[in-house]
Ligand binder design. Structure first.
Ligand SMILES: [Zn+2]
Length: 221
């Protein structure tokens, strides 16, 4: 891939300020661990950084570390958690926007977007986006798929609603211009060196093909 791009996604940093969902602790990392991983990926050539779930740690640890390193990130915020303990408040979202960061939507209630009835689809894909746009003071046109789940019907709904870029969690490289952007989520057992050895290298053709076919199967489902 000529324009091979690596999307790296963070979730929580430090101590969570709310009760975590089952299995979510896999995606919370320590503050030092976050700084070391950020220093590592800042040296990579084509990398795009994002933060999911709208945790308060986005503002507390994420933003200062990005600004210090002159990096940019997109923050995928959950509308239903705005102002809740441990999560970003509306003013925090505005502050991220003012600091030059991009704000996207992660929906309303952190539920999978596959197979939603039309009423839920309206809440998750339309109302949540409006609420986040009101908070940031700017239209929102990028989304991150909650829990990484999707199918063909969902992707066509998102296209129909004018989303210009949609991020999954498919753990493979992307290309800069793709509408659907796979990402690598940073996990609790990751380090700068594990990121360097597992995410950075171009995989052998056969394993590359395997993960790509997995993505195709999801899109056609
Ligand atoms: Zn999430």
């Amino acid at each position: 891939m000529a324009d091979r791009l690596l999307n790296i996604c963070f979730h929580g940093i430090g101590e969570p300020g709310r009760e975590l969902e089952p299995g979510e602790d896999r995606y919370w990392i320590g503050v030092d661990q976050f700084h070391r991983i950020l220093d590592e990926i800042a040296t990579w050539r084509n990398v795009r950084i994002s933060f999911d779930d709208g945790n308060r740690s986005d503002l507390e640890y994420g933003l200062p570390a990005l600004v210090e390193r002159d990096l940019h990130a997109t923050f995928f915020v959950l509308a239903g958690r705005l102002g809740q303990p441990g999560s970003l408040a509306e003013d925090d979202v505005r502050a991220l926007d003012r600091a030059g960061m991009t704000i996207g939507t992660h929906g309303m209630n952190h539920r999978p977007w596959r197979g939603m009835a039309s009423q839920e689809r309206e809440i998750e894909l339309v109302e949540a986006r409006e609420r986040i746009a009101d908070a940031s003071g700017r239209p929102v046109d990028q989304a991150a798929l909650p829990l990484g789940r999707y199918d063909r019907q969902l992707l066509s709904s998102l296209r129909g609603l004018g989303y210009t870029r949609v991020f999954s969690s498919d753990r493979r490289a992307s290309s800069a211009g793709s509408w659907l952007q796979p990402r690598f989520s940073v996990r609790v057992d990751d380090s700068a060196s594990s990121m360097r050895s597992t995410v950075l290298p171009v995989p052998a053709f056969s394993s590359q093909l395997k993960v790509q076919l997995k993505g195709v199967a999801k899109r056609l489902r």
